[in-house]
Write a protein that binds this ligand. Structure first.
Ligand SMILES: Cc1cc2nc3c(=O)[nH]c(=O)nc-3n(C[C@H](O)[C@H](O)[C@H](O)COP(=O)(O)OP(=O)(O)OC[C@H]3O[C@@H](n4cnc5c(N)ncnc54)[C@H](O)[C@@H]3O)c2cc1C
Length: 370
């Protein structure tokens, strides 16, 4: 019996689900299905092709709010509210690494850019007003004493935290196995390889297009740095710091032992993703490092322990595709720059589709899968 007290069976036998992709979306959906009584197997090609392994781990809805992306903002807000219960289900409170965010600027133009984003949030989503407040430079320094001298005021986003995405993935894998699920490391070349499953979830991230050639998804490559503190350095910040520095965005995401610095964005190439050898570019890495040190000078003494690149699988409008392709196949993909925050929302949508397997939801795109 699952935590919800239900068991999905047909004629007494547990129904089977095969999940292609063991990134954040595949694992979160797999765990929800296992908790609902499904017999689940996840097939995953490996972490060197997994965006969720590279990601920063921000749970950003206010900070990701952009004019023209109202639908994405609404589902991000909804998903943010599901996070406390999700972390409780995983039983590891250290997955959370920050509770609030600071949005800060260096120049007048940077400050004007942040004001535009804040105005968008305040004007279109009045319920979020209380969570986003203006804060002056002194207020920023009270909250983060080691902040850089050029940093002006900005905004405090209450309840907009971050997670350690690698700890999260490890916790999801453990919880899934404890709930009776299986994880296999291999690439699925054709869905015919999964003939034995009653239902299939395609959650292959950037790999979606290899299994569903008409997938309306494009790739955005991004670089991320991992810096480690030690007992001689200033401690990591307590807030997520999203900074606009001389016209560029940089974010510093706290870890218990350091900072994750992100992220650049370029057009992504499918062949580079397939190779599993995403190469960071020198220029992008140099800017991230310089901007991070500008915002948080103590980072200069941290160890640079990892420089990585990953591929965000993006839909056209930022809203993920969570839909049924036919009576056996469901897809959950295209989460772009927000797949971590959107994971609990996605698994809720997925479970509705899974238990509704007779219905084909069409959105006017070609459904050929390989
Ligand atoms: C640089 C960067 C920073 C980011 N920062 C954030 C952030 O701070 N907050 C946030 O919310 N989001 C962030 N994201 C976005 C987030 O990581 C993605 O939206 C999310 O990982 C998408 O989840 P997914 O499970 O669909 O894909 P992935 O996490 O990429 O997982 C897909 C999995 O499928 C596997 N796979 C692919 N093809 C096959 C196949 N044929 N057979 C078997 N397995 C296969 C891959 O090996 C991989 O493990 C960031 C992304 C990047 C690149």
């Amino acid at each position: 019996m699952n935590p919800a007290g239900r068991t999905d069976t047909v004629g007494g036998a547990r129904r089977t689900l095969a999940v292609v992709g063991g990134g954040i979306i595949g694992l979160t959906c797999a765990l929800a299905a296992a908790d609902a009584g499904w017999q689940v197997k996840v097939v995953d090609a490996g972490r060197n092709r997994c965006a969720a392994w590279v990601a920063g781990g921000m749970l950003g809805s206010l900070g990701e709010g952009r004019p023209g992306e109202d639908a994405l903002f609404a589902i991000s807000e909804r998903s943010a509210r599901l996070w406390p219960a999700f972390i409780e289900r995983l039983g590891d409170p250290r997955i959370a690494t920050a509770a609030d965010s600071l949005f800060v600027a260096t120049t007048t133009a940077d400050a004007a850019y942040l004001t535009q984003l804040a105005d968008f949030v305040w004007s279109t989503h009045p319920h979020a007003v209380d969570r986003l407040s203006r804060i002056d430079a002194a207020g920023v320094r009270v909250r983060e004493r080691a902040i850089g001298a050029r940093v002006r005021g900005g905004y405090l986003a209450r309840g907009e935290g971050a997670v350690d995405n690698r700890r999260l993935i490890a916790a999801l894998e453990s919880a899934l196995v404890a709930a009776g699920g299986r994880i296999t490391r291999r690439e699925v070349a054709h869905l015919a390889d999964l003939d034995d499953a009653d239902q299939i979830l395609l959650a292959a991230g950037a790999g979606l297009a290899d299994l569903w050639p008409a997938a309306p998804v494009h790739l955005a490559k991004g670089e991320v740095l991992r810096l480690r503190a030690d007992r001689m350095t200033v401690p990591p910040p307590r807030h997520v710091i999203r900074a606009r520095v001389d016209g560029r965005m940089v974010y510093l995401v706290p870890r218990h032992d350091g900072i994750v610095v992100g992220a650049t964005q370029y057009e992504g190439d499918m062949d580079e993703w397939r190779s599993g050898l995403a190469t960071p570019q020198a220029g992008g890495v140099a800017e991230l490092l310089a901007d991070a040190i500008e915002v948080f000078p103590g980072a200069r003494d941290y160890a640079l322990v990892e420089v990585a690149a990953g591929f965000r699988p993006c839909s056209a409008d930022g809203v993920p595709l969570v839909e049924r392709l036919d009576e056996r196949i469901v897809v959950a993909g295209g989460h772009g720059r927000n797949g971590i925050i959107l994971a609990p929302y996605t698994s809720e949508m997925f479970m509705q589709l899974l238990t509704d397997d007779g219905v084909l939801v069409g959105v006017g795109v070609e459904r050929n899968v390989t």
